[in-house]
Write a protein that binds this ligand. Structure first.
Ligand code: DGL
Length: 288
């Protein structure tokens, strides 16, 4: 348990992901914490994380945390990426003992509470599913449900590129839909009858943006579970405990940065976020 006291409650909260996926967490944070300022970094220039290996992803996470602290004086860091959380959360906390650090993990625990058939599908990146952190999570729930694990190679990248296509229905959108269909087919059958998977965990923050496609494939009775809202509530609790909530009455604000194409981030933010953001800026965040 971290014990932190925030000295400047008006400082922003830093949020990062390998790309646009973390916007699904940022959206929930904005709803839960309407008076806070946020700085979001999409590390698109080094994405995808899911198939890159722990050392690389941890290096990126440490570099970004350092940049967010040095350039923006953040009071809290939300790692809005399951893969980066699995690879780096312990080292981030070790290197930044004075900072509130919040991670995300595939929502297996909430899924156990909602499944009726006791069969749960888990979509995540290869990196997340191969991590020791995920193994421990799975172990802690042993005997409570059956989990069908599916590494979804290429899906985060396809979602990212589909979102950047100028018109709907382009080549990356077709590829993204085909990958969703392939992975749903690989773990199924889905449904609410005995022996069927009735709950699908979206264990990568990007997959929230393929929710409609996945919903069509699994049918209306299957529940899709993601982590945005619980992570936002947890962030609020930690800030409260550290006397670090921004004073009420202040308006929410958001700055967007990308190590790749800022326009793609800008477009995704305009489409998916509740509160408007200033123009996204390109930034270079080198490895430490
Ligand atoms: N959005 C990230 C996650 O939650 C990873 C996507 C990727 O870069 O592979 O795992």
């Amino acid at each position: 348990m971290q014990s932190v006291n925030v000295s400047s409650p008006r400082a922003p909260i830093g949020v990062f992901d390998s790309g646009i996926g973390g916007l699904s967490v940022l959206r929930a944070l904005q709803a839960e914490l309407p008076h806070e300022r946020f700085v979001y970094l999409a590390d698109t220039g080094h994405a995808p994380y899911g198939e890159r290996g722990d050392a690389f992803v941890a290096g990126r996470a440490l570099a970004i945390a350092g940049w967010l602290r040095a350039r923006h004086g953040i009071k809290a860091l939300v790692v809005a990426c399951n893969t980066a959380t699995a690879a780096a959360i312990a080292r981030l906390r070790q290197q930044h003992p004075g900072l509130i650090v919040v991670g995300v993990e595939p929502a297996l625990k909430p899924a156990v509470t909602v499944t009726r058939t006791g069969r749960i599908g888990v979509f995540a990146t290869r990196g997340t599913l191969a991590s020791g952190k995920f193994a421990r999570l799975l172990q802690s729930l042993q005997g409570q449900a059956h989990f069908a694990l599916q590494p979804c190679d290429g899906l985060a990248e396809a979602i990212e590129r589909a979102a950047a296509e100028p018109a709907p229905g382009g080549g990356w959108t077709i590829k993204m839909k085909a990958l969703c269909a392939r992975y749903i087919g690989a773990v199924g059958p889905f449904g609410t009858e005995t022996g069927q998977i009735d709950t699908l965990v979206l264990g990568c923050t990007h997959y929230v943006f393929a929710q409609d496609v996945l919903r069509n494939l699994v049918g209306p009775g299957v529940q899709l579970v993601e982590t945005g809202a619980p992570v936002a509530r947890h962030t609020r609790r930690l800030l409260q405990r550290a006397n670090g909530l921004a004073p009420g009455g202040g308006a929410s604000a958001l700055q967007l940065f990308s190590t790749g194409d800022p326009q793609a981030l800008q477009a995704a933010a305009a489409r998916w976020l509740r509160a408007p953001a200033g123009p996204a800026q390109a930034v270079d965040v080198p490895m430490p």
